[in-house]
Design a protein around this ligand. Structure first.
Ligand SMILES: C[S@@+](CC[C@H](N)C(=O)[O-])C[C@H]1O[C@@H](n2cnc3c(N)ncnc32)[C@H](O)[C@@H]1O
Length: 307
């Protein structure tokens, strides 16, 4: 690693630790080996190699793929991994990069997006269960993507694609309004420390972006096994003027500081028990599901909960 890269790496770590949205950082892909990356070299930022960091819901991760998955990726990534034109770094998309779902899947079909599928247990199981739907996953963890591809190959599904991208950065760019039927955010990173909360994916701003993408009546399904994040998810959905919680007031949580407010959905029967959920369960945690339904355009209401 060069001294310059050391400096760049330090600048990025510092920016991430401080959660600054303004600190200049370097291209996150610059010092990482592009194992089986289907993309070409990332673009540099408009201002050279320096760009302005944003608060991310993830930290920089190892991109090396386990050896046993390398051959799978070499053979099958082309079929399942969406080639991306990048902005700066491995997880961004260029400002003019668009996805046409019909072209991507070779057919028109209802589209479900999963954000943060991890190793793809849920999205591949769903693709198998609902062959008449298309499934597009956004994931920043390349070993997870490799495992997802391996699962897709093993199950023989052809209706799932994965894109290596930060959903927060990419979603506002890649897909048009009202183009998605369901969006799933299951067990997002909990970011438990108070000073890290702003990294949580499920937020007021993200709810607006999800609402932009959903068709009228489309559904955002979220789940977590961290109580305070579950309450936050409920709050975010009920505060969003473009979404309705069809389970408002239901299933009050005895631990909820807001008493019997409730607002939790029954477990989505299409949500399988992933290894991740099992680990939380073994540690004594219980999953909560929350649902937001996209209100018809033109019929949006004032928030049911004032912040
Ligand atoms: C805690 S894991 C849960 C994985 C999976 N949903 C499950 O239930 O087993 C969260 C996943 O979200 C991914 N992730 C976090 N922020 C993301 C983002 N902005 N865009 C895409 N994926 C993200 C992480 O890399 C990780 O794989």
């Amino acid at each position: 690693m060069t001294g310059q890269h050391n400096d760049q790496g330090r600048a990025q770590e510092q920016a991430q630790t401080q959660e600054s949205t303004l600190a200049p950082v370097a291209d996150e892909g610059a010092e990482l080996s592009p194992l089986h990356h289907v993309d070409s070299t990332p673009e540099t930022g408009q201002d050279g190699d320096v760009f302005f960091a944003r608060t991310k819901s993830f930290t920089r991760r190892q991109r090396a793929i386990p050896q046993n998955l390398e051959r799978t990726m070499a053979q099958h990534a082309e079929r399942y991994v969406v080639p991306v034109r990048r902005s700066v770094g491995w997880t961004t998309v260029a400002a003019d990069f668009r996805i046409d779902p019909a072209e991507l899947f070779g057919r028109e079909a209802p589209l479900t997006i999963e954000i943060g599928p991890g190793t793809g247990e849920q999205v591949v199981a769903a693709a198998k269960r609902w062959p008449e739907r298309n499934f597009l996953a956004f994931e920043v963890y390349q070993p997870g993507i490799a495992k997802l591809v391996s699962r897709a190959v093993a199950e023989g599904v052809t209706n799932v694609r994965v894109i290596e991208a930060d959903a927060q950065q990419a979603l506002p760019i890649v897909l048009p309004d009202a183009s998605v039927d369901e969006i799933w955010t299951f067990f997002p990173d909990p970011w438990r420390k108070a000073r890290h909360r702003k990294r949580r994916l499920v937020s007021d701003d993200f709810a607006l972006e999800v609402s932009r993408l959903l068709v009228d009546g489309g559904v955002w399904r979220v789940a977590t096994d961290w109580d305070d994040y579950a309450w936050q998810m409920r709050d975010v959905i009920e505060a969003c003027p473009l979404l309705e919680n069809p389970h408002a007031g239901e299933r009050p949580d005895p631990n909820d500081p807001e008493g019997d407010r409730g607002g939790f959905a029954p477990r989505f029967e299409g949500r399988i028990v992933t290894h991740f959920e099992t680990r939380g369960h073994d540690a004594g945690r219980v999953a909560h599901d929350v649902v937001g339904v996209r209100l018809p355009r033109g019929a949006e209401h004032a928030p049911t909960v004032s912040e």
